[in-house]
Design a protein. Structure first.
Ligand SMILES: [Zn+2]
Length: 208
């Protein structure tokens, strides 16, 4: 078949290259957190000035603190949250706070388990509480888990997002934390706080 030895070598090298590339894992956002609603898909406005670049080394879980709403689509929720974030915010105590440059969270898990892309994960998030958000991937689940439960779809999506982000930024599962580990808050709500250790234990088991 190969009269010329150089042709034989070329054929061999090419075959090895094809085999190697065929075995690379296809690790993309779509395959790991499907369905992911990208910023382009929900029609995000550009971030305002004041974004702080960071390199994530940890992941923090939140709840929105507002009741789940299955009738409103994720697109409308994310647009609403961005509009709220990028406007001066009136606090309950009468203070007015300056706008945030973008949504405070990087990933938003809707009541149906759909995951929306929030702030660009390469920039630190924002908070009304007192702690430094630098280096944390902020993941929020829709709901007020002081009074309601996360849905099964939300927990399934949370697992995917946590595995995806943990492997992306080399965060140990044991280092995934909750908002109340960092600041004075009830977030992410007692009903999620009650089940998160079990969720993390399952992820640790899977990762072995
Ligand atoms: Zn929170």
């Amino acid at each position: 078949m190969f009269a010329n030895p150089r042709a034989l070598i070329a054929f061999f090298v090419l075959s090895v290259l094809i085999l190697l590339t065929a075995n690379l894992p296809a690790f993309t956002e779509e395959t790991t957190t499907h369905p992911l609603l990208s910023r382009a898909a929900w029609g995000a406005s550009p971030a305002l000035l004041g974004m702080r670049p960071h390199k994530p080394y940890s992941i923090i879980v939140h709840h929105t603190g507002a009741k789940q709403n299955a009738r409103l689509g994720l697109t409308d929720k994310l647009r609403g949250l961005q509009k709220f974030s990028q406007s001066p915010r009136k606090m309950a105590d009468g203070r007015t706070l300056p706008p945030w440059p973008d949504l405070p969270y990087h990933y938003y898990i809707g009541v149906d388990g759909t995951v929306g892309e929030g702030r660009d994960v390469n920039y630190a998030g924002d908070t009304n509480t007192k702690y430094d958000t630098t280096g944390h991937v902020q993941v929020v689940l829709e709901g007020n888990f002081e009074v309601e439960q996360p849905t099964a779809a939300q927990i399934a999506a949370l697992k995917k997002v946590l595995i995806w982000q943990a492997s992306r930024w080399h965060v140990q599962i044991s280092k995934i934390s909750m908002h109340l580990d960092h600041a004075q808050t009830l977030c992410p709500g007692k009903n999620l706080i009650a089940i998160l250790p079990q969720v993390l234990a399952e992820l640790q088991q899977q990762n072995r």
